[in-house]
Ligand binder design. Structure first.
Ligand SMILES: NC(=O)c1ccc[n+]([C@@H]2O[C@H](COP(=O)([O-])OP(=O)(O)OC[C@H]3O[C@@H](n4cnc5c(N)ncnc54)[C@H](O)[C@@H]3O)[C@@H](O)[C@H]2O)c1
Length: 256
């Protein structure tokens, strides 16, 4: 492998202010991409942008569940860098374990809006630009929870299962335009999100990480954000030029 894998490409990464999105943005920039860091958290996105090579990063405050906000972000991407070649939908919200009868309508809607509707919204605004260039790679970060349920993660599992099937539907629809759509299912990962799946005080959260999450991973450790970034790099680059509609579990074997 010679040179940078994403030289000359423009990548939009949602949720780029933290965790996996941040690791993806950094690796993509190292590999030559211009990166748009689209996140609700403006300050954190700006901080990540400062860690990237000058001129290669554009932080844009975005609510991925809001159509107008997504439209403005894609518009800014194209007016700044000229194209959208890669789109990574990584922004997401967790759900603390909740019995179904206690789950509020607001929580259901928010989970589905941020984790699933966002894929529809980013696609509807980015795809016309990808079609114009007759190329593109869309990578949706779903979850192993989208294929393997846990008790009390009802809305979250539903949001990720829908994200996986929406990705496959887009993969078959967009294949004639050479736009590839793939999914990464992370297993339990060491990011700020992980503890938020657990209800309880700090000690209970730490115990839960060990008892619930680490113990469920056959390889015996939590997934690192960089593990997800490496998989995203493969799917974003021409190394995977014949791969579409694929669901890649990056999960230490949790999905077996
Ligand atoms: N951490 C895990 O164990 C785990 C496991 C499987 C899948 N995932 C998924 O991986 C993705 C990344 O998660 P992470 O662990 O890096 O989480 P994180 O909490 O570290 O980062 C999530 C980012 O999304 C942003 N965000 C939230 N709502 C947003 C909105 N409406 N608009 C724009 N940005 C918004 C947050 O500001 C944050 O920067 C998520 O989709 C998550 O569901 C995480």
């Amino acid at each position: 492998m010679n040179g940078q894998l994403l030289a000359g490409k423009t990548a939009v990464v949602t949720g780029a202010a933290s965790g996996m999105g941040k690791a993806i943005a950094k690796l993509f920039a190292e590999q030559g991409a211009s990166v748009v860091l689209a996140d609700l958290n403006k300050e954190a996105a700006e901080k990540v942008a400062q860690e990237l090579p000058e001129g290669k990063a554009l932080p844009v405050q975005t609510d991925v569940s809001d159509d107008q906000s997504v439209a403005a972000m894609i518009q800014q991407t194209v007016s700044t860098f000229g194209s959208v070649d890669v789109l990574v939908n990584c922004a997401g919200v967790p759900q603390a374990f909740t019995p179904i009868e206690e789950l509020s309508l607001e929580q259901w809607d928010r989970t589905l809006n941020v984790n699933t509707k966002s894929i529809f919204l980013t696609a509807r605004h980015a795809v016309p630009h990808m079609k114009a260039g007759n190329k593109g790679s869309i990578i949706n970060i779903a979850s192993i929870a989208g294929i393997r349920a846990r008790p009390g993660l009802n809305a979250y599992c539903a949001s990720k299962g829908a994200a996986i099937m929406l990705s496959k539907a887009l993969a078959i629809e967009l294949a004639p335009f050479k736009i590839r759509v793939n999914v990464i299912n992370p297993g339990p990962a060491e990011t700020p999100m992980l503890g938020k799946f657990i209800n309880g005080d700090e000690a209970e959260v730490e115990a839960g990480k060990k008892d619930i999450f680490i113990s469920s991973v056959p390889l015996g450790t939590l997934i690192q954000p960089e593990d997800i970034a490496q998989a995203a790099l493969y799917l974003a680059s021409d190394l995977s030029k014949i791969v579409t509609g694929e669901v890649m579990n990056v999960d230490g074997g949790r999905g077996i």
